[in-house]
Design a protein around this ligand. Structure first.
Ligand code: NAD
Ligand code: TYD
Length: 350
């Protein structure tokens, strides 16, 4: 495939890694990064590739239906990789409507724009929707999410992503739009916004603040290094089957408390201070309402059908992530000034 690809949400955490992967790996593609630059979008994430001749940034809000159609008419994309979203569960609890607007209406606007300009000629075209394992709801102590697992979302965030997934499938089944969908587990890595567990704890360790653990800390998440997610998106975008979904994960489950303890240990080692210094900051706080107990992905399909394998172990990925944050404290200072302070006080009273 040659041509033009619109990547939405390319200034965000995962989107920036997807943009870099595509811009550097495929010089024949024109990559259009379409992003509204909300609190989570940061063009600093793409400093190293912003001057590449196959990269263009376009500022735009996907909730604006007319603007989306204009942008699609102007750039005539052959492919869309859709990551733009409101992505934080805790924010969805305080402001669910923003999640409906961006995640549901925004997705439908993009589907309509693609359908409009492709005009039933779908040869060489692809709409890749990037979603989450949270749409499946929660697991008990055992079992794994498969592509056939019924959707059962519990948070406004996961409900909005589930809704967007249904629209993507409906556009494939009703209009024949060439769609693929990926449902990935929790990501971590460079450029992760410090509202999420791992970067929030790294930031709090560096600023000597409490490490807030919701409830009893025994909630379980399945963690994948962000660059390995970008590589999975590349594989599915190019080789996935129209109309199909692919679960993405690395069979890497951690209870939150064990993960934070491991992070504390690595931080103490890298900061050359006595083991236990960071863990002393661990503080149990009020639980998240509707907190899903356990997420765990069965990634057999993407492995068997497309040969997907994560490239790093969790220990390697976590070490790379901590090193990145230690070497980019200015990035961290910039994103944690201003509005972040208000968010933090509202969420954690301090
Ligand atoms: P993020 O919050 O870091 O970034 C979201 C990006 O979307 C930002 O650049 C923001 O400016 C942009 N955006 C938000 N609203 C927009 C709008 N109305 N119009 C245009 N741009 C807008 O999110 P992320 O963690 O990088 O997640 C990216 C995608 O991957 C999301 O769709 C999310 O649901 C999915 N996902 C995330 C994870 C995870 O662990 N973070 C796991 C699986 C799937
Ligand atoms: P998070 O990083 O917000 O991702 P998600 O909710 O999408 O899984 O949270 C990961 C886990 O960590 C989740 O079980 C909630 C928990 N958590 C805390 O215990 N404390 C915190 O301050 C945050 C942000 C999350």
């Amino acid at each position: 495939m040659k041509g033009t690809i619109i990547i939405t949400g390319g200034a965000g955490f995962i989107g920036s890694h997807v943009v870099r992967e595509f811009v550097t790996k495929y010089p024949d593609y024109q990559i259009i990064n379409l992003d509204a630059l909300t609190y989570a979008g940061n063009l600093e994430n793409l400093k190293d590739i912003e001057d590449f001749s196959n990269y263009t940034f376009v500022k735009g809000d996907i909730t604006d239906q007319n603007l989306m159609l204009d942008i699609f008419k102007e750039y005539q994309p052959d492919g869309v990789i859709h990551l733009a979203a409101e992505s934080h569960v805790d924010r969805s609890i305080t402001d669910p409507t923003a999640f409906v607007m961006t995640n549901v209406i925004g997705t439908v606007n993009l589907l309509n724009a693609a359908k409009e300009i492709w005009k039933d000629d779908y040869v060489g075209k692809r709409f890749h929707h990037v979603s989450t394992d949270e749409v499946y709801g929660t697991l008990g102590e055992t079992g794994l999410f498969q592509e056939t697992t019924s959707y059962d979302p519990h948070s406004p965030y996961s409900a909005s992503k589930a809704s967007s997934d249904h629209f993507v499938r409906a556009y494939h089944d009703t209009y024949g739009l060439p769609t693929v969908l990926t449902n990935c587990s929790n990501n971590y890595g460079p450029n992760h916004f410090p509202e999420k567990l791992i970067p929030l704890c790294i930031h709090n360790i560096l600023t000597n603040k409490p490490l807030p653990i919701y409830g009893n800390g025994k909630y379980t998440r399945d963690w994948l290094f962000v660059i390995d997610h970008a590589k999975a998106i590349d594989l599915v975008f190019h080789n996935g089957k129209n109309g199909d979904s692919y679960n993405v994960g690395g069979f890497n489950e951690w209870q939150n408390i064990d993960l934070v303890k491991e992070l504390c240990k690595q931080m103490d080692e890298k900061l050359a201070r006595p083991i236990g210094t960071s863990a002393a900051l661990i503080t149990y706080v009020k639980d998240r309402p509707g907190h899903d107990l356990r997420y765990a992905i069965d990634a057999t399909k993407i492995n068997k059908e497309l040969g997907y394998q994560p490239s790093v172990t969790f220990e390697q990925g976590l070490s790379l992530t901590i090193d990145w944050f230690l070497n980019n404290q200015e990035w961290l200072d910039n994103v944690t000034s201003g509005d972040y302070q208000k968010y933090y006080q509202g969420q954690y009273n301090g």
